[in-house]
Design a protein around this ligand. Structure first.
Ligand code: 5GP
Ligand code: ZN
Length: 144
């Protein structure tokens, strides 16, 4: 790390190594806080990952300031992905934790462009809510 660099980097983290140019990637956007690059295993054409340059494992670990830096850039990055690919829709997806299929332990926001007939599908079998009031109260009370 340079003296002026305050980013948290984890030498064992694949995305930190991408940030640090030790592992190549196809960069589509970069600034001091955020990097966006092509996913190596795209679910659809134009699948992009948006990451904070500093190392944080999951969304739950993100300082509000870093979350804000990511969120601020998502609209323009989404517009660019749609414009460049000709897609007409896009999923924003964040897998957090093993149970949620997170494979890389550096939080990343998937932008997955969608076009009619692209063949990609997220299974969406809606359930029903039991004890909505108890659940609402529990979540509400847990917010710090
Ligand atoms: P997760 O399941 O953790 O949300 O997804 C990790 C994503 O990172 C996957 O979509 C995978 O294709 C992508 N990925 C893993 N390793 C690399 C890599 O070295 N380079 C790039 N560009 N993408 C990667
Ligand atoms: Zn990292």
């Amino acid at each position: 790390l340079n003296a002026g660099q305050t980013q948290t980097l984890d030498a064992a983290c694949i995305f930190c190594n991408i940030v640090g140019n030790r592992i190549p990637c196809h960069r589509v956007y970069e600034d001091d806080a955020v990097l966006a690059f092509l996913d190596i295993g795209p679910l659809t054409r134009g699948h992009v990952l948006v990451i904070p340059k500093s190392h944080h494992a999951t969304l739950m670990d993100l300082p509000a300031e870093v979350a804000g830096q990511i969120a601020e850039r998502l609209p323009k990055l989404s517009r660019a992905v749609l414009k460049a690919t000709g897609a007409s829709g896009v999923h924003l997806l964040v897998n957090n934790g093993k149970a949620a299929q997170q494979a890389v332990g550096h939080v990343h926001f998937h932008l997955i462009p969608r076009s009619p007939g692209d063949g990609f599908k997220i299974p969406w079998e809606a359930g029903t809510v039991a004890d909505a009031e108890g659940l609402r109260a529990a979540i509400h009370a847990a917010i710090e």
